[in-house]
Design a protein around this ligand. Structure first.
Ligand code: HAM
Length: 431
């Protein structure tokens, strides 16, 4: 036998059934997608779909060369026909904005957009952290806030409510101020951290040179004391930034949305300013952040568009659904309404016709394929989870009738005239 080929490490198959080390099924995922479709419509967002591959320069310019995502984790290759460097997208914001600028979508009105799809980061895989993972993201482009900042938080909280996981998530917020405020804070931070350079680990020493704000992000317990006493960005905010942040918080208060202010929340991508936030949970081990986002007021201009202040967030679908599958609620309806069985010559074709007629009336019908005993077919019907079984054997074929069985036993088995098939099933379904 030929050797089997395995899937790529950190990249999962979504199957109709649960796997040992990956519990999510395709039906569960699809139920989530349906919920997302209704949720985004309820808030007036329109879908955008962009390619999975982009020019590497897009991510370098937007996310930042010194970030882990761009510096260490991208899948980058050169197109064989020319020397253009391409990368699998590690996130959705950059691609979304590239498309918006390219197609001039902000020409005469702001945009509220959402997207969903696979992203790629070459991280060390573990539960909740994958190399191909999926995000749902929203981007509100051309809005200054702080009203939209609060609205998108309320929008996310609404989704957690719908999925039954609101109580397991904590909202953390911070303000990163504007560029000048960050520069002043950065100078003070570098001065402070340089005093402790000898005590820093290798990662932090590197970040001190490249992206000092990220030193504060360290998980190293030995550095917590140094980081806790470091100059705080929030103390460098000017009046306008403070005002934006205060109005944002007042709106959250007004909406009854609780939050924790975390002055060390800096996010892992370079494009943010002013409002940033994350929804975290203590139920997923180390992979605690389910959703993150914030303002990126300068990014559209950096990508060649006209200045347009904007904000957005993205959630990791795997992390979210792991949480939902364990603690939340999401109705999954993958079973057919009817399992259609047949026995004897000619019954296969007749059943096929009935099945088509029922589908035209809105029933989901799974037809038995192949030729087995009725007993074996009934077992399949049972396994399919179908609510009803439809049987055409020789008697039914001869008499122009159909036998119907309620798999939940709520109705007596009944043999009805073909003309009454749909009505009877409809009555049973509604009962
Ligand atoms: P991010 O924080 O890099 O932000 O990713 C958003 C979410 O994607 C994370 O909170 C996490 O749930 C999920 N995620 C990230 N990496 C992985 C991974 N390796 N495996 C599983 N899940 C993962 C962004 O990507 C920004 N584009 C969000 C945004 C939109 N900001 C403004 N607009």
């Amino acid at each position: 036998m030929a050797q089997k080929i395995q899937s790529v490490k950190g990249m999962n198959d979504l199957l109709p059934v649960e796997q040992k080390d990956f519990k999510l099924t395709a039906a569960f995922w699809q139920a989530f997608e349906d919920t997302v479709g209704r949720w985004t419509r309820a808030y007036g967002y329109q879908q955008i779909r962009t390619p999975i591959v982009e020019q590497t320069g897009l991510f370098v310019r937007s996310i930042g060369e010194e970030t882990d995502v761009v510096g260490k984790e991208m899948y980058t290759f050169s197109d064989s026909n020319d020397s253009l460097s391409l990368s699998l997208r590690p996130e959705g914001t950059a691609s979304c904005l590239r498309a918006v600028v390219e197609h001039n979508l902000l020409y005469n009105s702001p945009q509220k957009l959402w997207y969903m799809g696979p992203m790629f980061r070459r991280e060390r895989p573990q539960k909740g952290r994958y190399r191909q993972f999926h995000q749902v993201g929203i981007e509100a482009l051309g809005f200054e806030g702080p009203d939209i900042d609060a609205e998108i938080i309320a929008m996310s909280a609404d989704l957690w409510e719908k999925l039954g996981i609101r109580e397991y998530l904590t909202l953390e917020i911070n303000s990163l101020g504007n560029r000048e405020e960050r520069a002043a804070h950065r100078a003070a931070l570098v001065e402070y951290l340089t005093r402790y350079e000898a005590q820093l680990d290798e990662d932090s020493k590197r970040r001190l040179k490249t992206n000092p704000l990220r030193v504060l992000d360290t998980k190293n317990p030995d550095l917590q004391e140094i980081c806790n006493a470091a100059p705080r960005l929030v103390d460098y905010l000017g009046e306008a930034s403070q005002n934006h942040y205060a109005r944002f918080k007042a709106m959250l208060d007004g909406l009854g949305i609780q939050y924790v202010e975390n002055p060390r929340l800096v996010r892992g991508l370079d494009y943010y300013n002013q409002t940033v936030f994350e929804w975290t949970t203590d139920k997923l081990g180390a992979q605690a952040t389910v959703c993150g986002g914030g303002r990126y007021d300068g990014l559209i201009e950096e990508l060649g568009g006209k200045p347009a202040p904007s904000i957005g967030f993205a959630m990791g679908i795997e992390r979210l659904l792991l949480l939902v599958s364990e603690y939340g609620s999401l109705e999954v309806n993958a079973a057919p309404d009817v399992y259609a069985m047949h026995q004897g010559e000619g019954a296969d074709l007749q059943v096929m016709k009935y099945a088509q007629a029922l589908r035209a009336q809105g029933f989901n019908v799974m037809q038995h394929s192949g030729y087995q005993s009725l007993k074996a077919q009934m077992k399949k019907a049972d396994n399919s989870g179908a609510r009803f079984a439809l049987i055409v054997a020789q008697d039914e074929l001869a008499n122009g009738t159909v036998t119907l069985k309620d798999m939940k036993g709520k109705h007596e088995q009944q043999t009805v005239a073909t003309a009454d098939l749909t009505d009877t099933l409809q009555q049973w379904k509604n009962a």
